[in-house]
Write a protein that binds this ligand. Structure first.
Ligand code: FES
Ligand code: FES
Length: 161
């Protein structure tokens, strides 16, 4: 069975017919060709598929596309402005937090969800925000450092406006 959905993804409005059992992750990757959101476990356990749904971080592999009907979705492709990276992306690069690369889009989106509501998070709040993201390589210290740096960049930008 299929259903018509209207969704705004990265600021662009779409109206699409989707199978009711299709996940939001597969919809983004297959129907919209937004492959920056990664499929890791496909089971809600790793965080690779994290996107923002109406500003909240969600695992898109365990959500149906039809659940995003009338919602706004932000994916990693919507973070930069053309060639200009988002300060969170810059901080990840400068802190050496881009490790295997597969997990990075989800970590960046989790950081965005956190910093949007908590511009000055403590280290424990940062660790809590990324607790659902599995990293099997060098660990989380660089990622925590990157999110702290991103908070500084965003707060400095705020002050200069
Ligand atoms: S792919 Fe969605 S949580 Fe792992
Ligand atoms: S960042 Fe992907 S396994 Fe560590």
């Amino acid at each position: 069975m299929k259903k018509n959905i209207k969704v705004v993804v990265n600021g662009q409005a779409y109206e699409k017919e989707v199978a009711v059992q299709k996940t939001l992750l597969d919809f983004l990757r297959e129907d919209l060709n937004l492959t920056g959101t990664k499929k890791g476990c496909d089971n809600g356990d790793c965080g690779s598929c994290t996107v923002l749904l109406n500003g909240k971080a969600v695992s898109s592999c365990i959500m149906l596309a039809v659940e995003a009907d009338q919602c706004e979705v932000l994916t990693i492709e919507g973070m930069s402005r053309g060639e200009q990276l988002h300060p969170i992306q810059t901080a990840f690069i400068e802190s050496g937090a881009i490790q295997c690369g597969y997990c990075t889009p989800g970590m960046v989106m989790a950081a965005k969800a956190l910093l949007d509501v908590n511009p000055r998070p403590s280290e424990s709040e940062i660790r809590e925000a990324i607790a659902g993201h599995l990293c099997r390589c060098t660990g989380y210290d660089q990622i925590v450092k990157a999110i702290k740096m991103a908070a500084d960049y965003l707060n400095a930008r705020e002050r200069s406006c």
